[in-house]
Design a binder for this molecule. Structure first.
Ligand SMILES: [Ca+2]
Ligand SMILES: [Ca+2]
Ligand SMILES: [Ca+2]
Length: 255
């Protein structure tokens, strides 16, 4: 983890979904992902010109908010190129919290950035998951829904190499002061999605299904929680792992 002074950019907070796609007869939210033309340096600082061009999408669907005063704003950006997918979280946070330091532990009980990816536009019952806290501790897995008798199956031994870096403007696990926030930059090699199955190769015009999440924990002890998602969760099943709650990303190559 690297600590830098940084400014959280919350521009474009009003922009959410860039387009609506019709898929399987239903309207699906779809977000355009620009192709990066120059290199992204994974240092937690979003000062690359490519990030400035990317649209900031707000995490404005809150659930599991245990205290109504903790609905902190945050945004999400995405980019792609021929070798990687890139993700950026920029989060206002008065109470920065991090505890987990081990891989495949419970970073989701901390301030945590999460991205779930289905490598095709179909809502199949499998996704790759990446959950990373501000110690850069990752819980990464392959999640299979309803594999047998409504049980889920999670392959936590999936330990791909990927780059992640975060910046913190505040004090971790110290609620005697008010923090400003944090950001996280992630670069996932496309090779880690190598899969036999109905997979859609990443190229301009292709779509994948996904869910992005911000976990906001606000006490060094316990799990006072506020969670926000990029797509609203169905009232039928407020489960972030349910692919029916996912939206689409569309890879585009234009500037
Ligand atoms: Ca950077
Ligand atoms: Ca927090
Ligand atoms: Ca893992």
């Amino acid at each position: 983890m690297r600590h830098f002074f940084f400014l959280i950019c919350l521009l474009n907070m009003t922009t959410c979904l860039s387009s609506q796609e019709v898929y399987n007869g239903q309207e699906e939210p779809s977000i355009e992902v620009l192709k990066a033309k120059t290199k992204i340096i994974v240092d937690g600082i979003a000062n690359e010109a490519e990030w400035l061009k990317a649209t900031a999408h707000p995490f404005n669907s809150f659930y599991a908010v245990e205290k109504t005063d903790v609905r902190q704003p945050s945004t999400f950006k995405m980019l792609w190129d021929d070798s990687h997918l890139y993700f950026l979280w920029q989060c206002t946070d008065k109470y920065i919290t991090a505890r987990e330091k081990d891989r495949d532990g419970q970073p989701y009980f901390d301030d945590c950035a999460e991205i779930f990816l289905i490598p095709t536009a179909n809502k199949i019952n499998m996704h790759f998951g990446y959950e990373v806290n501000l110690y850069d501790a990752s819980n990464d897995f392959v999640f299979i829904n309803n594999i047998y008798k409504n049980e889920n199956f999670v392959v936590k031994a999936y330990n791909p190499h990927f780059e992640v870096a975060s910046t913190v403007d505040g004090s971790i696990n110290d609620n005697s002061d008010i923090d400003k926030g944090w950001s996280m930059e992630m670069a996932i090699p496309i090779s880690v999605f190598h899969t036999n199955g109905p997979v859609t190769p990443i190229k301009a015009g292709a779509q994948w299904a996904f869910m992005a999440i911000r976990q906001d924990r606000n006490d060094a002890e316990g799990n006072r929680r506020s969670t926000s998602t990029i797509f609203p969760l169905s009232s039928k099943d407020q489960n972030v792992h349910n692919p029916d709650n996912f939206g689409l990303m569309e890879f585009v190559d234009k500037h």
